[in-house]
Design a protein around this ligand. Sequence first.
Ligand code: HEC
Length: 113
Amino acid sequence: MSNHRNFVLFAFSLIFIFTTACAQNTSESDTVDKNSSEYKIYKKNQCISCHGTDLEGRMGPLSNLQQVGSRLEKEEIRSILLQGKEETHMPGYEGIIEEENIEILSDWLSEME
Ligand code: HEC
């Protein structure tokens, strides 16, 4: 009987160890890779000042870009980057950021889900 109880305890501690390890993994993959070439473009163009170092947003909920890919298509992001958003603080970058980098940023952000 006591063997059975030990086994149950052992099984529960395994489950506990696995779930905590998994929880740590997800939170790691949620943070932005700061060494990526995309992040460097994001940083270089000062998106950080309004969108934060982890895309968490510093200007209200819509400036949080961590899941922007689940609300906007790549093409929509691209046009926001070019034209900005009227009546908000989101500036347009047409003629300021090279077309190629706008493309890279839209691609990158549309994968944030
Ligand atoms: C001066 C501040 C500021 C800067 C600089 C800025 N943004 Fe924004 N951005 C905002 C704000 C505020 C919003 C939310 C607008 C709204 O309320 O709809 C926004 C919205 C966005 C959105 C759309 C989010 C959504 O769900 O509608 C994208 C994509 C975005 N910004 C990308 C960028 C990128 C990439 C850069 C750098 C090239 C950048 N922004 C620079 C302030 C800024």
